[in-house]
Every structure is written in structure tokens, then in C-alpha cells.
Design a protein around this ligand. Structure first.
Ligand code: MTE
Ligand code: HPA
Ligand code: MOS
Length: 752
């Protein structure tokens, strides 16, 4: 089954937000963002901007009829600044004009006088000042203090990961059309239609039922539109309601890069203790998360860092503390992996450092400590582990010993080029870490001609969730996929949606589709039994025909549907699914937060040019735990895309803010993302079918986020190549491993 969007994508016919035909009289919005990162507003002068012909109105916080508040987890984020600004680009005023160009020109004429306040961009400084977004949290298992006294090897260090720009190809945007009785239709490029609806209702001061949020698809989200699509949608809704005109805002790339938050950078301390046989006895970590100027999703991201702080390993004694630090940067947010990658990088750094000090390959420590079924994670859940199976399959299938020998031989024979190899096991928990979010709904209609329409809470953003929803229905009804249409995600049809996130959209919404379809199919079988005058139990529907036992009857799907309609049997169903068995008690930080875990192992080889510091990724070979994939083409695409996005984060994508909190890497000329040349020259993905019971839809495990973390392997492969050239290199554990950093590492020595 190919992705149902492929046909319109390649023909350029796909409709994104900016392609929606505009209603006559549409106006255009543009935000004026604070020119400084921290300060008190003394005066805002809109007069020159207002004089520009075509400017309809300029809104400030004073115009907001409801609450000036869009914070999702903590109410700490005004939609428009009131007296203070907290980051460079923070929305201060909203210009609405008759053309995009006029709106942009007017923004340039706005003048502001701000009394500057100290700017903090470093999370460790913020933590020292007591500037936290939420109280710190600690996950612990066993007793690390006691365990360290029994360790043969103890290694400490610092690890850093930088942020990451989402770079969805479609920038943030929205289009609002006012309706009767103070209602609004809001087209939004959002992963969270209900978040948009709820916050729009609060800001406008109207009930949620008057706000229809409609999402056909996104040109990518990657977490960047889980929470941060909201403000742009509300700007449009606010202006549309107050002006009684349609209002649209589709951000310029540079506006988007400057004003929106990114992956949370982290600075972390680690301490790892090993026994003589390389068993990890104890692990301590302290995470300083750079949250930015408001909480946004950072507290939830922080939590997932703790959940994944021991990656794919069993560690009997763990103590991990995490601080969500308030800085004067745009609020950082969800990004594929949602804090998991940041946590996993640190333990990989700890293992790499321990391996170097002990003088064994890191893979020896990694393999020795892989988590096994029945082992306990620091948060109390028992593992149903595929870690060892993935690792063993990867090392045997790809002939690890041979790969290692090839690298060693190459390095012995070459001085100016060095190769590096690494293994990267992953383990990622599937479910929203907030239990209540693990619910979804679906609405299925069968029309009298036998065709089928499906609505769910899932948002299509390129990951193929709509195709999977269609497959679920096609499978249950046993009809041709061409009989089914997946509709837009719409809050009038499906209420109270969780965002499409946590890799859980296909599972949650797919299960709801499954339930709805089964209920309708059951009713249809009752009708068939009545028509055929036979036992209901012997009826099946297969390939659009009704079967009695093994034999096809004369009754077709279409006839059966029409017959049900004539008998006044309902052909529609609205179903609800909530993942069973989930619980978590944050007061003791223990529970069973995940439906299941996804495992895998990647083997990465790289070649470093030791004159230039440049490098190529020779190969990434992956054994991935798919459960039983329901769509191998889509799932393979997710692994490839996730891996390359992870490699980008680990190698070349470098977010730079200056000391004044101004984004310097603010365009694609200064922010480098992977292109076709950055893709590994060889990329092999082995589909490991695992048989443990799981709660995935059709046992096809969630695949959206986990593969990003294979990219961490590239960092350590590059590091190994640098060390092969210069064993005394003090290259450290600070991502991204840019060519500049590699070059410095090749020619300088020190402690890392
Ligand atoms: N793939 C594409 N093409 N575009 C995206 O924006 N987002 C990722 C992942 N894969 C994304 C993607 C993220 S961050 C998540 S959480 C999952 O898709 C969400 O979709 P799922 O729950 O259907 O896997
Ligand atoms: N993952 C992704 N997005 C989320 C989560 C999560 O666990 N919780 C809230 N939003
Ligand atoms: Mo994905 S970061 O959970 O949107």
C-alpha cells in the first residue's frame, strides 16, 4: 500500500495551508516581535505604521477580549507582551493589512522603547539564579551512593547537546474565517487542533464549541507544531473576530526561525560506575534543560529525558535529576524524540568515556548491559525487551567483526583519512508520558453506495498516518482501499483530541478506527444473516463479498450496505479508545507509563578527512524492531527520515544565539541541514519482526520518533575516527560534531 498522498504530492496538487483558496476580502497579518531579549516596555509607537495605506488595524494585548494567555502546561506565556519582553522575537503587536507586503512594511515602521534587563541564555546560569520553569525532578532506583563504593571504575564528565530547528518545509500559519453567532472557522497548520481550539476560546473569551479547527495536512511538524502552531492561529482568529473579516498569516521562513522555539539544548553532568566485568552498577546524571522564556512543553520534554536516561541498558542504581531552566530564548519545545535523545546522548557519552579510560571498545560495555525482559527501568516499569535480539541480529547480519577489522586495517594503512565505527542501541517508550493524553476517537461513515469516510484526531504531517487509518478500515471491512476516504482532522467531527505526537497517533487513532469499523461490520453481518437466513457466526465479509463459511454468496458489499440502510440499521459509528494498563504516580516517580517500548541497533561507519576536518558517513546499518509492520514502505521512510534528521542534529545543525539572545543562525544560509550528500552512502534497514505481545495497532509498532536516535551513533563514530588520528584529542562530548570541531579535535589535545 503506497502512501495515499504520494499521487498529489508528486503532481504538486497537494493542498497546504497557503494553497487554500482565499475568500474575498481576506486580510493579512504580520507580527511585530521584540527587538531585544529582555526588558521593560517604556513606549510603543504605532503611529507611523498606522499611517501606511492598506493598514487596517494594529492589535496589542489591550485588544484581547478574553485571557492574554497561551501556556499549555504552565500559564506563563502571554499571547502578546504586556509590560515586559522575555525573548527576542516575542510578539508585541499584530498588524493586519490588505496585503502581505503592506503588513510586513508596517511592522518595520513600529517603534519601541525598551528598558533593557539582563539577558540569560545559559541554563546553568539560570539554574544558579533559581530561575526554573517548574520544580526539578529526580528519578531514582536503588542506591547510587552505596553502589559507587563497590565500583572498580568510576568516570565523570560533561555532555552537551545543542538545539535543533524543526525546518518543516511548510512554515507556521493559519487562516481564520468568521462565521455567524461569534463563531470562527480556523484552518491551522497544527499537530494539536484541540490545543488551538482551547487556547483560541480562552483568548477570544468564547466557548470552545464555536471554534472549528480544520487540518487537512501539514508540510511537516516534527514536534514544532504540537504547541507552537497555537499563537499564529489565535492571531488570525482574534483579528478575524474583531474585524469580521477573513485573516490569514503564513510566516516567512526567517520570521519562523526567529520567533519559534526549537529542540531544547541540554548541558548535563554524568557519573558512571562499573564493576570489573564492565557491568554498570551505578549511574548519576544532572540535566540542565534550556527551556527558553516560557514553559511551553519543556516540563514534559524534561520528563521524557528522565524516562530515557538509561537508554537501552539496565542499571540497578540510578539517580537522575533534571532542571527545566528559564532563559531569554524563544520557548523551546517538542522535537522528534521529545527529550529522549537528549537523555540518551548523555549515557552514551558516559559509556564512551568509561570505555576510553578502561581501554575497551564502548560496544563491550554497551552489550554487557543491554536491558532484558523483566529488568526494571528507573521509573518502575518492567521491560519486555528486544534489546539483545536487535543487537545480536545487527552484529551477526552485518558481520560486526569483519566491519571492525575493515576499519582497523584502513586506519593502519592511511594517515590522512581515518575511519570510525560505533554501535547505537535504542529503546524508546511509546505512549504520552501524561497518561490522560492516551486516548483517541474516530468517526466512520459507510455511505449507501458502499463507500466509506473516516475522521480521526490524527494529523497527517508526512508520516503516513492517514494511509495507516485507511488500511485499518480496509482491513476490517475487507474492501478495496479506493472505497475509503480519510477526511481532514476537524474539531467539529472529532472533539478533545490529543496532539498528533509521541509517535502514538497511529496506535491511538487506529485502534479507535478499528473499534468503529468492527461495530459497523457486526451490524452488517447481522443484516446478512437475516437476508441469508443463516447463523450469524458463519458470515464473513471478504473482498467486498459476503461469505457463508468458505463459500462466497451472491450478496455483495454494496448490496449489503444498501440492505442495512433499507432496514434502518446505522451505518455510522463514533468510537473511543484509551490505552489500557497505563498509570504513573509523579509523587514517587513510579508506574507503568508506556504501552510498550521500541528497540533497535544501528552500526555506523564514517570516514574523516584529517586535513580538512570534513567527513562522510559511509554506512548506517540498522536492525529495527517493527513488531509486525503494517506498511513497510512508510515505515522504511520513517527510519530513513528519522535517522538523517538525527544525523543532522548530531553533526551539522548548529543553532547560534549571541549573548544578547539574538538568533544568528537565522536563515538557511547560516543554518546547515542535511542534504542528499549528508545521507549515508549505504543505508541498510533490516525489519526485525518481533513476536512479543504489544498494544500497537495490528501489532505494528510505532515508528515516528525512535529512529532519530540512531543518529547519535554518528557522533560517536566520528569521535572514534578523530581518536584514531589523535588518541590524545580532547574533543569532548559536545554535539553537534561540526567539521570545525572535528578539525580542532584532530590537532589539539586535552581532557574531555
Ligand atoms: N514524519 C514526517 N514526514 N513529518 C513529520 O512531521 N513528525 C515526527 C514523526 N515523523 C514527522 C514525521 C514526530 S515528531 C512524531 S511524534 C510522529 O511522526 C507523529 O506521528 P505518528 O504518531 O503517526 O507516528
Ligand atoms: N511525547 C510527545 N509529546 C507530548 C508528550 C510526550 O510524551 N507529552 C505531551 N506531549
Ligand atoms: Mo513528536 S516530538 O512527539 O511531535
Amino acid at each position: 500500500m503506497t502512501n495515499i498522498d504520494a499521487y498529489t504530492h508528486v503532481r504538486g496538487e497537494t493542498v497546504y495551508l497557503d494553497d487554500i483558496p482565499e475568500t474575498a476580502g481576506t486580510l493579512y497579518a504580520c507580527v511585530y516581535g521584540s527587538p531585544v531579549a529582555h526588558g521593560r516596555i517604556r513606549q510603543l509607537d504605532l503611529s507611523e505604521a498606522l499611517q501606511l495605506p492598506g493598514v487596517v488595524r494594529i492589535f496589542t494585548s489591550k485588544d484581547i477580549p478574553g485571557k492574554n494567555q497561551i501556556g499549555g502546561i504552565v500559564p506563563d506565556e502571554p499571547l502578546l507582551a504586556e509590560n515586559e519582553v522575555h525573548y527576542n522575537g516575542m510578539p508585541v503587536a499584530l498588524v493586519v493589512a490588505t496585503s502581505v507586503e503592506t503588513a510586513q512594511a508596517a511592522v518595520k515602521r513600529i517603534k519601541i522603547d525598551i528598558e533593557p534587563l539582563p539577558v540569560i541564555t545559559d541554563p546553568r546560569v539560570a539554574q544558579k539564579n533559581g530561575s526554573l520553569l517548574v520544580p526539578p525532578r529526580t528519578f531514582s532506583l536503588g542506591d547510587t551512593t552505596a553502589a559507587f563504593t563497590n565500583c572498580k571504575y568510576i568516570v565523570e564528565g560533561i555532555a552537551e547537546t545543542n538545539g535543533q530547528e524543526h525546518l518543516y518545509i511548510e512554515t507556521q500559519g493559519a487562516y481564520a474565517i468568521p462565521g455567524e453567532h461569534e463563531s470562527i472557522k480556523l484552518y491551522s497548520s497544527t499537530q494539536g487542533p484541540t490545543a488551538v481550539q482551547r487556547h483560541a476560546a480562552d483568548v477570544l473569551g468564547i466557548p470552545m464549541h464555536r471554534i472549528e479547527v480544520d487540518v487537512t495536512r501539514l508540510g511537516g511538524g516534527f514536534g514544532g507544531k504540537e504547541d507552537q502552531a497555537t499563537s499564529w492561529a489565535i492571531f488570525c482568529a482574534l483579528a478575524a473576530m474583531l474585524l469580521r473579516k477573513p485573516v490569514k498569516y503564513s510566516l516567512h521562513r526567517m520570521e519562523d526561525m526567529r520567533m519559534t522555539g526549537k529542540r531544547n539544548p541540554y548541558s548535563s553532568d554524568f557519573k558512571i560506575g562499573l564493576d570489573i566485568d564492565f557491568t554498570i552498577l551505578a549511574y548519576e546524571a544532572t540535566f540542565y534543560q534550556n527551556g527558553g522564556a516560557a514553559a511551553d512543553l519543556s516540563p514534559a520534554v524534561l520528563e521524557r529525558t528522565l524516562f530515557h536516561c538509561t537508554n537501552s541498558y539496565f542499571v540497578p542504581n540510578v539517580k537522575a535529576t533534571a532542571y527545566s531552566c528559564r532563559t531569554n530564548l524563544p520557548p523551546n519545545t517538542a522535537f522528534r524524540g521529545f527529550g529522549g535523545p537528549q537523555g540518551m546522548f548523555v549515557i552514551e557519552a558516559a559509556i564512551a568515556k568509561a570505555a576510553e579510560q578502561i581501554g575497551v571498545p564502548a560496544s563491550v560495555i554497551q552489550q554487557r548491559n543491554l536491558i532484558q525482559t523483566g529488568d526494571e527501568f528507573s521509573y518502575g516499569q518492567k521491560a519486555e525487551s528486544e534489546a539483545v535480539e536487535c543487537w545480536n541480529k545487527a552484529t551477526s547480519l552485518y558481520e560486526m567483526e569483519k566491519l571492525k577489522a575493515e576499519v582497523e586495517n584502513f586506519n593502519a594503512a592511511n594517515t590522512l583519512f581515518k575511519k570510525g565505527l560505533s554501535l547505537m542501541p535504542i529503546c524508546f517508550g511509546i505512549s504520552f508520558t501524561k497518561t490522560l493524553m492516551n486516548q483517541a476517537r474516530a468517526l466512520v461513515h459507510v455511505y449507501t453506495d458502499g463507500s466509506i469516510g473516516i475522521s480521526t484526531g490524527a494529523v497527517e504531517m508526512g508520516q503516513g498516518v492517514n494511509t495507516k487509518m485507511l488500511q485499518v478500515a480496509a482491513n476490517i471491512f475487507s474492501v478495496d482501499p479506493a472505497m475509503i476516504k480519510v477526511y481532514s482532522t476537524n474539531t467539529y467531527r472529532i472533539a478533545n483530541t490529543s496532539p498528533t505526537a509521541a509517535s502514538a497517533a497511529a496506535d491511538l487513532n487506529g485502534k479507535a478506527v478499528e473499534i468503529a469499523c468492527e461495530k459497523i461490520a457486526d451490524r452488517l453481518k447481522d443484516v446478512a444473516a437475516e437476508i441469508l437466513k443463516c447463523d450469524r457466526k458463519n458470515i464473513t465479509i471478504n473482498g467486498q463479498k459476503v461469505f457463508l463459511g468458505k463459500d462466497a454468496t451472491q450478496l455483495t458489499w454494496k448490496e449489503l450496505v444498501m440492505a442495512a440502510y433499507v432496514k434502518r440499521v446505522s451505518l455510522s459509528e463514533h468510537a473511543h479508545y484509551a490505552t489500557p494498563g497505563l498509570h504513573f504516580d509523579a509523587t514517587i516517580e513510579k508506574g507503568h507509563p508506556f504501552a510498550y517500548h521500541v528497540y533497535g541497533t544501528a552500526i555506523t561507519t564514517v570516514t574523516v578527512d584529517c586535513l580538512r576536518g570534513t567527513y562522510e558517513i559511509d554506512a548506517v546499518r540498522i536492525v529495527h524492531d517493527f513488531g509486525k509492520s503494517m506498511n513497510t514502505i512508510i515505515d522504511k521512510g520513517q527510519i530513513e527520515g528519522g535517522l538523517v534528521q538525527g544525523i543532522g542534529w548530531m553533526t551539522m545543525e548548529e543553532i547560534v544565539y549571541d549573548a544578547e539572545g539574538r538568533l544568528r543562525s537565522n536563515a538557511l544560509s547560516t543554518y546547515k541541514v542535511p542534504d542528499i550528500y549528508s545521507v549515508p552512502k549505504l543505508l541498510d534497514i533490516h525489519f526485525l519482526e518481533t513476536s512479543n505481545d504489544n498494544l500497537a495497532i495490528f501489532r505494528s509498532k510505532a515508528v515516528g520518533e525512535p529512529p532519530l536516535m540512531y543518529g547519535i551513533g554518528t557522533f560517536f563514530a566520528l569521535r572514534n575516527a578523530v581518536k584514531a588520528f589523535n588518541p590524545a584529542s580532547g574533543i569532548g562530548y559536545s554535539a553537534p560534531m561540526t567539521p570545525e570541531k572535528v578539525l580542532m579535535g584532530l590537532y589539539t589535545s586535552g581532557n574531555d
